[in-house]
Design a protein around this ligand. Structure first.
Ligand code: IMP
Length: 435
């Protein structure tokens, strides 16, 4: 198999769970390097190998391709216990990552007190429906200069001192409600857990820079998605990292010139987990049908996802921010059989006026009423279609309107969960990779 000659980012355009995993799986065999650059074990997707499924949360997806070098970038936050379990699971299935995995010395570590704080907050009135994995507090500690980096593990003598900074603050916050293990236990456990990972820690910025200069292809694997981005998402109902294009650069240390193409990924409809605005949400039988047919239950937490029509307003916003050169539209087949399908093509504010751009604050979002355009549904199934000519005319009309609304051309259409179910849009930048 020939390797790609370009570097490609795969980024989510909605609230996550768009099906990026299928595209990363399809594409990663063509790349010499696959790198994660943000997020932690709040992400997750399942890959199926020889009929067995493996859930990946933190290990980059190229794990299943022996020729692929995996990089965990500096923008990632890592739960070492979960990471080790993932490595063990992969090893048990015959995928040994020895010699092809590098973890940034600048990546931050999720500690037990971060998880405790996340869960404590989620138990209160202001919960935002996090995954409860300690992601937010780990990034908070990073920003407040009390975080622990992978590189700190190479200096065990300083570890307790570094951990103590944030630990003491969390302890005060949790007060008598907290059940935090003693600092010494946390430090000792961490040191023990870290042992097998120590040889894998290094300067990923340097590695990636040299790989790029040597002409080795790099696939950048986004986690979460633009509407969950801490700056450009539906704040405060977001995750704590930059999941859109800016996070790629801060989370790898590479310059913009190192990126050739951006593939934005969206479902043909919309889902979100957790609280927060979702103007296209359908709280009726249609929403339930999307959930059941699309199996919309979280990979990481198992929570039922909120479902609604495709929201062109948020997706256009995401395409613009990321500079998406093409769209990967996933799960079109889930919409088979509806007499009518909708698409949110605009928002109205509390006064009924059309809103340009995306609202800023939760209070602005609360007023939003979606403008829904209706399309005739398609009776013939799209499941498994691999040639655009085979699409029912109504589905073609729907997809053309979708691309038009988000001002981005189609690059890939997925018509089912299997690798073979879908096609690459003729002439697009993915064609040399997947054609
Ligand atoms: P956190 O990332 O655990 O702090 O959660 C913050 C918000 O992001 C919550 O609404 C989560 O449900 C959401 N979230 C985090 N990771 C993912 C993901 O991979 N897919 C979908 N939603 C996510």
């Amino acid at each position: 198999m020939t390797l790609a000659a370009t570097n490609l980012a795969i980024l989510g355009l909605q609230w996550g769970d768009e099906g990026k995993g299928k595209l990363v799986d399809l594409l990663s065999a063509r790349f010499k390097n696959v790198t994660r650059f943000q997020g932690g074990n709040n992400a997750g997707h399942t890959v199926v190998v020889n009929g067995q499924s493996i859930a990946l949360h933190q290990v980059p997806s190229g794990a299943l391709h022996p020729g692929c070098f995996l990089v965990v970038g500096s923008g990632v936050v890592l739960n070492l216990e979960v990471f080790l379990k993932e490595l063990e699971n992969l090893r048990a299935r015959g995928f040994d990552l020895t010699g092809r995995l590098l973890i940034s010395d600048k990546a931050h570590i999720i500690l037990p007190q971060h998880i405790a704080l996340d869960l404590w907050r989620e138990g209160g009135a202001n919960k935002i429906g996090t995954t409860g994995r300690g992601i937010g507090p780990a990034y908070e500690m990073k920003a407040s200069r009390m975080g622990l980096r992978m590189g700190d593990l190479l200096h065990p003598e300083c570890l307790a001192e570094r951990i103590q900074l944030g630990y003491e603050e969390v302890k005060i916050l949790l007060g008598s409600t907290g059940t935090l293990a003693p600092l010494e236990t946390i430090t000792a456990n961490l040191l023990q857990l870290a042992q097998p990972l120590l040889p894998l820690i290094g300067n990923t910025q340097d590695y990636l820079f040299k790989a790029w200069k040597a002409g080795e292809s790099i696939l950048f694997e986004g986690a979460q998605a633009t509407l969950l981005d801490i700056d450009h998402g539906t704040y405060p109902y977001v995750t704590s990292s930059n999941c859109s294009i800016g996070g790629l650069f801060t989370g790898t240390g590479l310059p913009p010139q190192a990126l050739d193409h951006v593939l934005g990924v969206a479902k043909a409809y919309t889902t979100r987990v957790g609280a927060g605005p979702m103007p296209s949400e359908l709280l009726d039988a249609t929403g339930e049908q999307l959930r059941q047919v699309g199996r919309e239950f979280g990979t990481t937490t198992g929570r039922p996802r909120r479902c609604g029509w495709f929201d062109a307003v948020i997706t256009r916003h995401a395409c613009r921010i990321n500079g998406a050169g093409g769209l990967g539209i996933m799960k079109l087949d889930v919409m088979d059989g509806f007499a009518e399908v909708g698409m949110v093509v605009g928002y109205r504010d509390g006064n009924g006026g059309l809103v340009s751009g995306l609202p800023c604050c939760a209070a602005d979002w609360a007023e939003i009423q979606p403008v829904v355009k209706k399309f005739k549904g398609w009776a013939a199934p799209t499941r498994g279609i691999t040639d655009p000519k085979d699409l029912p005319a109504e589905a073609r009309t729907y997809l053309a309107a979708l691309c038009d609304e988000v001002e981005t051309p189609m690059a890939y259409l997925s018509t089912g969960p299997d690798r073979a179910e879908g096609y690459v849009a003729p002439g697009c930048f993915l064609e040399p990779l997947l054609g």
